[in-house]
Design a protein around this ligand. Structure first.
Ligand SMILES: C[S@@+](CC[C@H](N)C(=O)[O-])C[C@H]1O[C@@H](n2cnc3c(N)ncnc32)[C@H](O)[C@@H]1O
Length: 170
């Protein structure tokens, strides 16, 4: 008789999430090779994903958005590329600074609370859609309703760790 399946602990979910985040970013870094435009990193946090993005995309301009800078000192963007404020405002009005639509938007703003995340997804999705280049990608820790995008297949880690990848139709 087979053992009953163990419940996934929060540690299991966290590890799956980090695994999905890393593999999505590395996969998408190769996919955007022929798409012009910067990367938008929504949520500096500790700076881990920003630091990874600049390692795997050394030629790409990366703009980072957060309401405050609390990252590890080694992972803070320069002043021209750190956009400080509420993303609901800054993403809507970053056009003059960012200039071109993004080849990749990475959004790591989830709270873990399903209601708060739904509310955030409601205002975030149209702002991200507006700032993404045709053919560009969105990797996100909150599921987004993006009508002009295709949702791309997700690994088991992405399903468990709640990470999504979308591509804007050309
Ligand atoms: C989970 S952390 C990001 C972690 C980061 N990707 C890393 O690897 O270290 C989320 C960050 O998003 C920021 N954030 C969340 N909601 C925001 C909002 N509405 N406006 C601005 N910043 C926000 C928080 O301040 C926090 O630093």
């Amino acid at each position: 008789m087979s053992e009953p399946e163990r419940r996934q602990s929060r540690l299991d979910v966290f590890i799956a999430r980090m695994t999905a985040q890393k593999s999505f970013l590395e996969d998408v870094a190769t996919k955007i090779a022929d798409i012009e435009g910067p990367v938008l990193e929504l949520g500096l946090g500790n700076g881990r994903t920003f630091d990874h993005l600049r390692e795997i995309l050394p030629e790409r301009e990366i703009f980072v958005f957060d309401r405050s800078v609390t990252a590890h000192p080694a992972s803070i963007p320069d002043g021209d590329h750190m956009v400080i404020g509420e993303i609901r405002d800054t993403l809507a009005f970053c056009g003059p600074r960012v200039k071109r639509p993004a080849a990749l938007v990475h959004s790591d703003l989830g709270t873990g609370d399903p209601t708060a995340d739904l509310a955030k997804a409601h205002w975030l999705a149209p702002l991200i859609a507006e700032r993404t280049a045709p053919g560009g990608y969105v990797a996100t820790g909150i599921a987004l309703d993006l009508p002009d995008f295709d949702a791309l297949p997700r690994s088991a880690d992405a399903e468990l760790g709640r990470y999504w990848l979308y591509q804007k139709r050309r």
